[in-house]
Structure formats: C-alpha cells, structure tokens
Ligand binder design. Structure first.
Ligand code: XMP
Length: 316
C-alpha cells in the first residue's frame, strides 16, 4: 500500500540523514515538484535550506506572488530575485526559438550562481528529480532543473555541491499527494506544466516588454476563465500565444490594425502526443469577448485545433 503520510516521514528522515548540519540550496520554478520539495526540505532541515526563486520576467501574471504566498507562510526560507531586466535585455533582438531558449538558459545559470555565492557556501543542491526523469535521464522542470543546465555548461568548482533528490523514486501523482499533505495550495498543486523559458516562447519572434505585457493579460483571462468554468482540470495544458500577425478590424467607426492572439488547450497523457481540447463553444465565445474587450491591442482571437503531431503543444 502506498501511504503518503508514511512516505513523507520516511523522506524527511532520509534527507536529515544525508544532509546532517549542511546547507542546502534549492531552485524554485513555481511548479509542483520544486515547490513540494521546498516544503519537504523546510520540514526536514528548516533554515539550513535556502530556496531561490528567479523571476525572469517571463512568468504569468501574479505567479511570483502566488508562489511566495504558498511557500513563505509554511516556513520555507525563500529568496526571490527579480532578474527580469537582465533577461529581457539579453533577449533583445533575438527571434529564433532555440536561440531564445539558449539565452534564457545561460542567463538563468548566471543569476542562479550569483545567488548561490551570495547566500552560500552550500553543501547540497536539491532537485525535484522524479522517477521518470531518472529512467530517461531527461529534464525535470525546465529552468528549475539546474543539473541538466550545468551538464551542458559545466559546474564551477566552488559550486560543486552534492545532490539531494528525495523524489527520485516517485511519480508525479505521488508528488501531488505529498504536496497535499504538506499543505501546498491547490492553485499550485494542480497547476499545468509551464515551460522553463516561460512566456518568451509564446511571444512569437522578438520578445519586447510591450508584447509580454499584452500576452500576460490575454493569458490571465484565458487561464482564470478555465478555472472559473471548471475546465482547467479537464485540460492537461492550456496557453495563449501572441502572434506577430496584424490584421484589419473594426471598433466603433474606426478601422483597427492590431494583433491576433491564439488560444491552445490540449489533453494528453505524456505530452509526446496530444489532442486539442474540445472546449465548449460558449466558453470560447466568452473568452474571445473578454479578450478583445479588455486587451485593446488584440482585435482577433483564434483557437488552435491541431493535434500533436504534426503540431507541437507550444508554438515555438
Ligand atoms: P512541445 O511544444 O514540444 O511541448 O509539444 C511538450 C511539453 O514540453 C514543454 N516545453 C518545454 N519545457 N523548456 C521546458 O521546460 C522548454 O524549452 C520547453 N519547450 C516545450 C511544453 O510546455 C509541453 O508541456
């Protein structure tokens, strides 16, 4: 029998045995795995843990505040770093999707290392590696997966910590159960996956502060709407894209020439293949109305009805 209370106690004991009186560094992405790990480690070793949350400016509206509100009251020593100017500066003039990912990965490591030096030295680096990651030795949570980034770039000698990976034997559903026991709010616990590069790969082409601002407002209307109409948990992932298409519209007596936003929602088991979610037409109509009424930079909303393959889930 899989008994979550038992597992939590066991994991806490294991962490204490491994860490002793050492200092532990954890990168928080805002996703379920790293947030749950933060809660577990705070229970296990208290203030020996420093959790670093790097806000790259590519997060959803209110996400940073939501993560802080979820973790700080439960005793996680959380350091939030606003690095948005650095990231946006580094992204200037870059429109190729893979190039954007590279720049963001590089900036992320740079910011993380800086914080590690500021609050360190640390003896351990904690990671929310799950059992499927171990098998595939693939990435866990995108930008929060420091090891996979470091494996590319190489870890500086003075930051060569040992790894603490208490979730190595667990599946995602089990981590969600543990999260519930540890008191992680549902809004974070049941959150869809969110890519490490964040909204940068959902603003097609060059990322500018203006375009990010538009996308954040569109995305917020869509995601809040899914929650409001009880559709959020019926999709595996949902997102909004700001395209670079401008088209003619009409507003009162005026012609407009504004951007097109695309909405996408999918259902999938493994994210390798996916079906587009059959969201109710009435819901889509409500979303479209809200978006064009509240976001004046948008005069056209489309819904993506393509499966994966041949499309990917993200547009970049
Ligand atoms: P695609 O677009 O390849 O996405 O169908 C499959 C899943 O992977 C996520 N994704 C990423 N996650 N860094 C990440 O951490 C990335 O660069 C990245 N690209 C895609 C995507 O959100 C979906 O869940």
């Amino acid at each position: 029998d899989w008994n979550p209370e038992h597992i939590v106690e066991e994991l806490i004991e294991q962490v204490r045995a491994q860490v002793g009186s050492g200092k532990v560094l954890l990168g928080i992405s805002g996703g379920v795995d790293s947030s749950t790990l933060g809660l577990l480690l705070a229970r296990a070793v208290g203030d020996q843990l420093t959790a670093v949350f790097i806000d790259h400016g590519l997060l959803r509206l209110g996400e940073r505040e939501q993560v802080e509100a979820a973790l700080k009251p439960l005793g996680v020593h959380l350091v939030t770093v606003d690095a948005s100017e650095e990231f946006l500066g580094a992204l200037q003039g870059i429109s190729d999707p893979e190039q954007k990912r590279k720049v963001i990965g590089r900036e992320f490591i740079r910011a993380f290392e800086r914080e590690a030096r500021k609050y360190g030295p640390f003896d351990f680096l904690a990671q929310g590696t799950l059992y499927p990651d171990v098998i595939e030795s693939a990435g866990g949570e995108g930008a929060a997966n420091i090891k996979s980034h470091h494996n590319v770039g190489g870890l500086p000698d003075d930051l060569a910590f040992s790894l603490v990976e208490p979730f190595r034997t667990l599946f995602k559903d089990e981590v969600r159960e543990i999260a519930r026991l540890l008191g992680l709010p549902d809004a974070v616990r049941t959150r869809h996956p969110f890519p490490g590069p964040g909204l940068a790969i959902r603003v097609l082409g060059e990322v500018t502060p203006e375009k990010l601002d538009i996308l954040k407002r569109v995305d917020d209307i869509f995601i809040s709407g899914l929650r409001e109409f009880d559709l959020y948990d019926r999709c595996s992932q949902a997102l909004a894209v700001l395209t670079h298409i401008q088209s003619v519209g009409v507003m009162g007596d005026e012609r407009t020439y504004s951007f097109t936003a695309a909405l996408r929602a999918v259902s999938t088991d493994d994210f390798m293949t996916a079906e587009w979610a059959r969201l109710p037409h009435e819901f889509l109509a409500t979303m479209s109305n809200r978006i064009v009424n509240q976001v004046h930079e948008i005069n056209r909303v489309v819904y993506d009805i393509t499966g994966k393959p041949p499309a990917t889930i993200e547009w970049e």
